[in-house]
Design a protein around this ligand. Structure first.
Ligand SMILES: Nc1ncnc2c1ncn2[C@@H]1O[C@H](COP(=O)(O)OP(=O)(O)O)[C@@H](O)[C@H]1O
Ligand SMILES: [Mg+2]
Length: 255
């Protein structure tokens, strides 16, 4: 028998309460209402029915526009479930990363549709990068405003990002090499690159948060790439690792 949305909602609310990442009470209630609208619950149920996930646990991070949950697959292996809030009104600011990408020629009419498209784009970007051997969380599935991917970290604790850990010259070289492969092989520009969107965990670095990424034929691709490179150069300079200019790295990446 299928679980009723209300029952599922109660279960999810319980996972939230039991999670060790609780927000303040009133905030928490608000977030639950925002995230678990009926349509999101139905999508989650669909993913459970398809055997993509079997249990949902607490939220590991709550951003303004998306919440990431720790979940498990039927075989018990950990998954990260990124759920975009469908009530976020600020989706227009995502248009510059959608229009101009030939894969998404027509702009969606509503903010909900924009989110669905954003999720599809994020998932496709991850698949593409992954298919070229670039280390990203393995993308498993998506539905409406939800993406299911490999969990990076010791569940329920996500791996530290570059911002939260020590970095060295090898990390910088990895970033340049990864940008190069992303650009030349996957033909993608991340477009939201920062020390907050790269994990460092168990001897590995993992690039994530691919929603903004655009194809290199996007009219603004080079500007986005330059901004990505500047962010990285600034970060590694601040950490005293390298002292290079963005120009040097742009040449290296684009060729
Ligand atoms: N695959 C993952 N495994 C573990 N934690 C994750 C994963 N993806 C995201 N997270 C956690 O959620 C946070 C936000 O994810 P991110 O994709 O960067 O969303 P946003 O668009 O809100 O920046 C990350 O900083 C990390 O703590
Ligand atoms: Mg992010």
């Amino acid at each position: 028998m299928e679980e009723e949305p209300t029952k599922l909602r109660e279960r999810l609310a319980r996972y939230e309460r039991e999670s060790r990442f609780l927000l303040k009470d009133s905030d928490q209630r608000k977030v639950i209402e925002e995230v678990f609208d009926t349509s999101t619950l139905i999508s989650l149920q669909g993913l459970m029915k398809k055997g993509i996930i079997s249990e949902m646990y607490g939220a590991v991070r709550s951003g303004k526009e998306a919440k990431v949950f720790y979940a498990t697959a039927p075989d018990g292996s950990p998954r990260a479930v990124k759920i975009y809030l469908t009530v976020t009104a600020e989706f227009r600011k995502r248009y510059p990363y959608i229009s101009g990408d030939p894969r998404f020629a027509k702009l969606p009419p509503s903010s909900r549709e924009t989110i669905y498209l954003w999720v599809r784009k994020e998932f496709k970007n991850m698949q593409l990068a992954s298919s070229k051997g670039i280390r990203v969380p393995k993308p498993y599935s998506f539905s409406k405003n939800i993406i299911v991917m490999e969990f990076i970290g010791n569940p329920p604790e996500p791996a530290p990002t570059f911002a939260e850990t020590e970095v060295d010259l090898e990390d910088f070289k990895w970033v340049v090499g990864t940008l190069k492969r992303l650009y030349r092989e996957a033909r993608l520009v991340h477009a939201d690159l920062s020390e907050y969107n790269i994990f460092k965990f168990g001897g590995e670095r993992v690039l994530f948060d691919f929603g903004s990424a655009v194809v290199t034929s996007h009219p603004n691709a080079e500007n986005f790439l330059r901004r990505d490179v500047e962010n990285m150069v600034r970060f590694f300079r601040r950490r005293g690792v390298v002292n290079l200019s963005a120009d040097d790295i742009m040449k290296e990446v684009v060729g």
